[in-house]
Ligand binder design. Structure first.
Ligand code: FDA
Length: 303
């Protein structure tokens, strides 16, 4: 049953007609609980209130199905505008983005150029940009672009997914680079990705421990209590400083635990998505945790 609903929501997430309709509907189905409004200004207000609770943030301007150069350039301009706005509001927040939004599927040089412009703006403000990791079809391209960018910029990092067999050897190549480590959100073939939850969890811990012991800044992005408890113990035993890592969770998920971790003195960052292209993001979150359907259905009746 769980598998059926996961596949069903992943299928819905790719539906262009529904995606198009969603832009017109505005935030619906409870999506406003996990998406911080449709404009960068509304996201800044959410970030400000999270900062007041000592939660750092990263904002992500949601975008799907970029098919031409003009759209890719517009997305890049919007990223720069968001970085300027972060500086204007004086909030503790960096930027997360996806390379397909910036034209990765259209022209890799265009995508690289868009990234140069974004990183220049980020650098001007002393800010950092995280490249989210997408599906396996974009994996090597993303690592290649990161390598190119790191020749000129130190304010950029990416994400490694623990479900990939090759994640550990890639992590070895990325020593010293700030990484966000996650379990992995996409449906991947067993040729490239582990399918067994226990194996993925074990590999997730291996990656976290290795990157931390390398002395590389590590963002541990998970809602999984047992992983978090393991990390807390590991850093205590190895006497690792609390400023070597941060925990990350998505906006609207495990709110109590987010605050609890801050209270315990850990660095914590909330991932805050925003924008009118909320539909695909929302469907992928439902796929991950079908229990969320309850609040989506509730959202139909309350705004
Ligand atoms: P998982 O879903 O495996 O759940 C494990 C256990 O944790 C559950 O059984 C339950 O006990 C508990 N739990 C989980 N969610 C809960 C909730 N909402 N309430 C209560 N208990 C809960 N992926 C990717 O491929 N590329 C990327 O760039 C990113 N980026 C990213 C950033 C951030 C900040 C986060 C948090 C996640 C991502 N991801 C991602 C998604 C990631 O790969 C993964 O799909 C999800 O985080 C789900 O896995 P978890 O580790 O959170 O727990």
């Amino acid at each position: 049953m769980k598998q059926i609903s996961r596949d069903f929501f992943l299928f819905l997430s790719k539906n262009r007609t529904l995606n198009h309709g969603a832009k017109k509907w505005g935030l619906q189905l409870g999506a406003s609980k996990v998406v911080a409004g449709v404009t960068a200004e509304s996201a800044m207000k959410t970030v400000k209130s999270l900062n007041e609770k000592n939660l750092m943030c990263t904002v992500d301007h949601l975008g799907e199905f970029v098919t031409d150069k003009k759209e890719a350039k517009e997305a890049a301009d919007y990223c720069q505008r968001t970085l300027n706005l972060i500086a204007e509001y004086g909030v503790d927040c960096n930027l997360s983005l996806k390379l397909t939004q910036l034209g990765l599927d259209i022209d890799q040089d265009l995508c690289l150029n868009n990234m140069y412009n974004i990183l220049l703006t980020a650098k001007k403000h002393g800010n950092f940009v995280r490249i989210d990791m997408e599906d396996y079809g974009h994996y090597q391209l993303t690592l290649d672009i990161l390598a190119e960018l790191r020749k000129k910029f130190d304010n950029v990092g990416t994400v490694l997914q623990a479900y990939l067999y090759r994640a550990e050897s890639d992590l070895d190549q990325l020593k010293g680079i700030p990484l966000r480590l996650v379990k992995g959100a996409y449906k991947e073939s067993s040729d490239v990705a582990m399918q067994d939850k226990e194996k993925i969890d074990a590999n997730f811990l291996t990656l976290i421990e290795k990157h931390l012991l390398n002395g590389s800044y590590t963002a541990i992005a998970t809602h999984d209590h047992s992983i978090i408890e393991h990390v807390k113990k590991f850093v205590r035993v190895h006497n690792l400083p609390k400023d070597l890592f941060e925990f990350q969770m998505l906006y609207g998920f495990r709110n109590e635990m987010q605050l609890e971790l801050v209270k315990e003195g850990y660095r914590f960052r909330t991932y805050v998505p925003f924008g009118d292209d909320w539909y695909g993001y929302f469907m992928r979150r439902l796929a991950e945790r079908p229990q969320n359907v309850a609040f989506a259905v509730k959202g139909l009746f309350s705004k």
